[in-house]
Design a protein around this ligand. Structure first.
Ligand code: ZN
Length: 182
């Protein structure tokens, strides 16, 4: 991550004044922002706390980092759009957020496939619920098409069409300077 994102750092919400302020502002609509959510901001990843990270364990932390890596790279490629779509609770913002999150959760699915050789129905349901439910402000409340995309994405992962850690950089092979993609 540091290779692609020189300013990358792992941070903790309970040690950040900014995050405490955001957590306080979000309290009326989201009571678990500080304790359950990992967030990217200013090119850095904010875990809830060192304690929570220890609870999750290496496998979940790794999966989370891979998901957040996609967000950080997307934010780098599309700076303004990425930030704005998370700030505003407008339909256009939600649609964009769903788009970014779909890319992030594709990575989550990919990590599970890499680690276990399959993708469990529980993971699929968990991810679908995040899109259609309140967690991200009902960012894409249409379960049926989402289920079809989910199956399509999982099939692509199993067929090796989608590989990590980011669609624009293969494992260790490319660096941003010699990438043939733009
Ligand atoms: Zn995400």
């Amino acid at each position: 991550m540091q290779q692609h994102l020189p300013r990358f750092q792992m941070c903790y919400k309970n040690e950040s004044r900014w995050q405490k302020l955001i957590g306080w502002l979000l309290w009326p609509i989201n009571r678990t922002y500080m304790t359950q959510y990992t967030t990217v901001m200013f090119g850095k990843v904010y875990f809830p706390s060192r304690e929570q990270m220890a609870n999750w364990g290496p496998s979940q932390v790794y999966s989370t980092l891979r998901h957040e890596f996609v967000h950080l790279m997307d934010a780098k490629r599309f700076p303004l759009w990425f930030e704005l779509s998370y700030l505003f609770l407008l339909p256009i913002g939600l649609t964009f957020r769903a788009y970014w999150e779909w890319r992030g959760y594709t990575q989550t699915l990919l990590v599970e496939y890499e680690q276990t050789g399959s993708i469990s129905p529980n993971t699929k349901t968990y991810i679908l619920n995040r899109f259609v439910g309140a967690d991200y402000g009902w960012m894409f409340p249409f379960r049926k098409p989402l289920e079809r995309w989910m199956e399509h994405t999982c099939q692509h992962i199993q067929d090796g069409i989608i590989t990590g850690p980011y669609p624009y950089c293969a494992w260790g092979k490319e660096t941003p300077s010699n990438s043939t993609h733009s």
